[in-house]
Design a binder for this molecule. Structure first.
Ligand SMILES: NC(=O)c1ncn([C@@H]2O[C@H](COP(=O)(O)O)[C@@H](O)[C@H]2O)c1NC=O
Length: 511
């Protein structure tokens, strides 16, 4: 009896060469409508699946391979006498190779104008069914869902006329990963059309972006996975133009820098270290903004990650190349800027699409044994109900500084305090276990520049000590959520020192 292979593929790349090789090995090719036409048109002899089943393809292709003569051939154990008897009683012949890839559901739903009908028609039923049958029976059947595996299968067949159990198991495991991911896209798409907010099961799917040299530390193994339908204004969608491979910590820092740069519409530069901003500057030009981000903390920026929100020009590139930076990320680089920065072997230069089409709907973070899911903190200064609570109103300039401080403090690990003027940060106190400690760090860094500057706090002041420390350093305006039982003590202290204080009513913890 001739060995048989079943081919039914939406993505036809590589299928001709694979089929030709199998035919040379005297394998009979069974195939469905479009696949068969492609093979026959290119001179590969095939047998139609409906010839095998004696049943036509119906319902516009919804039923083509869903038939016992196909699935019997895929699921029968070749060394089980009962199975063999039933096969012969029912005229079923074994199928040894299955080569299937699925209707492009993910690509279909990624289209901006997709209709629900279109999405539903692209849910493949017969394909996953064949893949699952063949993968379950991988003791006997070789199943290929990825055209990248055609060659590995052919290599073993050339060598030993059959595939090894190890390869068959690997391919079967890949099939179940693939169908699980395929179903995750479908279930997520349909769930989004319902009012279900927290489904009883959450099936997320990510694709390997790259294996990393190591994790947070060199003794930890690590890899980076990306979400195919997630935000495209993302480090996961960056194009690297120059430099060494990104590391685990680079990816985290670059992500932090991108979240901050998203806050600004005017030319802005953000320098990040250990996922906290060490310098943020805005200006009339990109180069001016970078100068400010650098001056904000010219010590910490060393070895930092810089994100900029305009095309990097030669002038800015020359400034950037004065210091050691791990990464520069921007929407684009002019040719001469790229040449300038490219002189540095180790700097990583990345572009990301700033014109974002998709944003993540949820942020997730793992805890041991679980996953926390929340909406991203998209609440900005413009959304806040700014309320002046002191006798003195902030000046226009102070309001600009408060706006900058509030936009940055949201991205600083709590407890967080930012001291700034209207165009740059002057001091950042991050990740302290008490608020007055964070203020002390920010104020110490700002030093003399704190005179007349503004201060932003990610959460309310539980007592008046932070306002007192701010007043002592010369701070003239404060922005904070408010909401403490002791707000009045902080307001009284601000009034006593002539500080203008505004409440936003919204907190920006970042743990
Ligand atoms: N309905 C079925 O019985 C069925 N059998 C195979 N398919 C899919 O049809 C596609 C190939 O179709 P064609 O050979 O007609 O181009 C493959 O992606 C395959 O997964 C089917 N389609 C959808 O469910």
């Amino acid at each position: 009896m001739k060995r048989r292979a079943l081919m039914s593929v939406s993505d036809k790349s590589g299928i001709l060469e694979f089929a030709r090789e199998l035919v040379k090995m005297d394998v009979e090719i069974l195939s469905t409508g479009g696949t068969r036409k492609h093979l026959e048109d290119n001179g590969v002899p095939t047998t139609a699946v409906d010839e095998v089943t004696g049943f036509p393809e119906i319902l516009g292709g919804r039923v083509k391979t869903l038939h016992p003569l196909i699935h019997g051939g895929l699921l029968a154990k070749h060394d089980d006498s009962e199975h063999q008897q039933q096969m012969s009683d029912n005229g079923i012949a074994p199928i040894e190779f299955v080569c299937v890839n699925l209707y492009p559901f993910r690509e279909t739903i990624a289209k901006p104008d997709v209709t629900v009908d279109d999405a539903i028609e692209n849910i493949d039923i017969g394909g996953p069914t064949m893949l699952r049958s063949a993968a379950k029976n991988h003791a006997y059947v070789t199943v290929i869902v990825d055209s990248g595996d055609y060659e590995a299968v052919l290599a073993e067949l050339r060598e030993q006329q059959t595939t090894s159990p190890e390869l068959r198991r690997k391919l079967a495991a890949k099939v179940f990963r693939h169908t699980a991911a395929y179903d995750a896209y479908i279930s997520n798409y349909l769930t989004e059309l319902t009012d279900e907010q927290y489904p009883e099961q959450l099936t997320l799917t990510y694709e390997l972006s790259q294996a990393l040299r190591y994790g947070e530390n060199p003794h930890q193994k690590a890899a980076f996975y990306k979400s195919a339908l997630g935000s495209d204004f993302s480090i996961a969608h960056a194009t690297q133009l120059h430099g060494k491979e990104l590391s685990y910590n680079n990816i985290q820092d670059a992500n932090a820098a991108l979240q901050i740069i998203k806050e600004f519409t005017m030319p802005a530069s953000v320098a990040v270290k250990h996922m906290n901003p060490c310098g943020v500057g805005i200006g009339a030009t990109l180069s001016e903004s970078f100068k400010k981000a650098y001056e904000a903390d010219s010590t910490s920026i060393f070895g930092g990650i810089v994100a900029l929100n305009r095309e990097v020009d030669l002038e800015t590139a020359q400034q950037l190349s004065q210091i050691f930076l791990e990464i520069v990320i921007a929407p684009s680089f002019t040719e001469d800027a790229l040449a300038e920065l490219g002189k540095k072997k180790n700097i990583r230069l990345l572009t990301v699409p700033f014109e974002t089409k998709r944003r993540d709907k949820w942020n997730t973070v793992t805890v041991e044994g679980g996953l926390l899911v929340q909406e991203p903190d998209t609440f900005g200064y413009g959304d806040a109900d700014i309320r002046v609570v002191t006798e003195r109103q902030p000046t226009e300039q102070e309001l600009e500084a408060l706006k900058l401080g509030w936009s940055v403090v949201k991205h600083v690990k709590s407890n967080a305090i930012v001291v700034c003027d209207e165009s740059m940060t002057l001091g950042v106190g991050a990740g302290q276990m008490n608020r007055v400690g964070a203020a002390a760090i920010a104020l110490e860094q700002a030093a003399d520049k704190a005179q007349g500057a503004a201060m932003a706090s990610d959460a309310f002041f539980p007592m008046a000590d932070t306002v007192e420390a701010a007043a002592k350093a010369g701070i003239k305006a404060i922005i904070q959520p408010g909401g403490s039982k002791k707000d009045q003590e902080s307001i009284d202290a601000a009034n006593a020192h002539g500080i203008a204080m505004v409440f936003t009513g919204v907190r920006h913890f970042k743990h």
